[in-house]
Design a protein around this ligand. Structure first.
Ligand code: FMN
Length: 299
């Protein structure tokens, strides 16, 4: 019997839907799947209030998650494969996922192959490096990664993603596409799940090597690397300043959070537009800067 643990957090359902599509082909007599939805104490609400939404930026970037809520994992339980479903919050792994990966419960990852499934708007590369480093620190063997981005491109996602977070509605509006990951991209994971099933005899191999690189390659995307490289330094500076001013929810840091919102509505659209127009030449013009940024992403 092969034992699979699916550990995840999901708010709007993107990650949960992706995991269901990926694991559907794993329903086999010799495969046992356990599901573990993690959370924090206190939990984050969905839909978000605008203030709570922006207020979790400093802790997301600084790597300061709240405590993990108790999980129903038996100590010493062992699995052949762990599938980790996570999402990006402010260029970082979401705080519940950070809470899990830094808690003693992450011991379940030690020595086990980890396949990760990420859903996000577009900007995932910094968060991806962080999650890889956290999995490695917990002793997990991260061999494969599936990255799903929202439908409609980065400019549309810049509007549809926050609307989804604050209203909880993903339906198409006016000229905008529907929010979140497209159903077709989620359904396509069935093929990846089938490959996972076919390779089950390799899950627990002592020196695990990738199983999915040809069916689910992870490509660094210059179109979203450029805006990331441009917004990370000011965001990290604002996150540090906000922490110095106060704890989550405190009034004292609200002016700094306001500064962050101002940056999002002024600087980020300029950067997104510029990189959408410049992507074809950016690879050449910013080659050195991008290479430096990508080198820095490696754990
Ligand atoms: C607080 C917060 C911050 C986010 N920041 C980013 C971000 O920096 N980059 C990105 O690509 N997506 C970002 N997103 C979008 C989510 O990663 C995306 O909507 C994902 O599909 C959510 O999956 P879920 O609904 O299963 O939780 C953010 C979402 C939230 C709630």
């Amino acid at each position: 019997m092969k034992r699979v643990l699916v550990v995840y957090y999901s708010q709007s359902g993107d990650v949960r839907n992706a995991l269901e599509a990926l694991t559907a082909p794993l329903q086999a007599p010799d495969v046992e799947i356990s599901w573990l939805r993690i959370d924090t104490t206190p939990p984050y609400s969905f839909p978000w209030g605008p203030r709570e939404f922006f207020d979790c930026m400093p802790e997301s970037l600084n790597g300061e998650p709240p405590p993990l809520a108790p999980v129903g994992l038996d100590q010493g339980e062992r699995f052949d494969l762990i599938i980790l479903g996570w999402q990006v919050w402010f260029l970082s792994p979401s705080l519940p996922i950070q809470a899990f990966l830094t808690a003693s419960e992450a011991e379940v990852l030690r020595g086990v192959r980890v396949v990760s499934v990420t859903c996000c708007r577009q900007m995932w590369q910094r968060a991806y490096a962080r999650v890889r480093a956290l999995i490695a620190r917990a002793g997990g063997r991260h061999t494969d990664s599936i990255v799903l981005t929202h439908q409609g491109g980065s400019l549309a996602g810049y509007i549809t993603a926050p609307l989804l977070m604050i209203t909880g509605r993903r339906a198409k509006r006016a000229l905008l596409p529907a929010a979140g990951v497209a159903r077709g991209d989620i359904d396509a994971l069935g093929r990846v799940g089938k490959r996972l099933l076919e390779t089950r005899d390799r899950w627990a191999e002592p020196e695990p090597t990738p199983l999915l690189s040809d069916v689910a390659p992870v490509n660094l995307n210059v179109g979203s690397l450029l805006p990331e490289a441009a917004v990370v330094p000011p965001m990290e500076a604002i996150a540090r300043l906000a922490r110095r001013c106060g704890r989550p929810g405190s009034l004292a840091r609200q002016p700094v959070i306001g500064l962050f919102v101002l940056m999002l509505v002024t600087w980020l659209p300029v950067v997104l537009l510029a990189s959408a127009l410049l992507t074809p030449v950016a690879r050449v013009v910013f080659a050195r800067r991008l290479n430096r940024y990508v080198r820095g992403l490696r754990p």
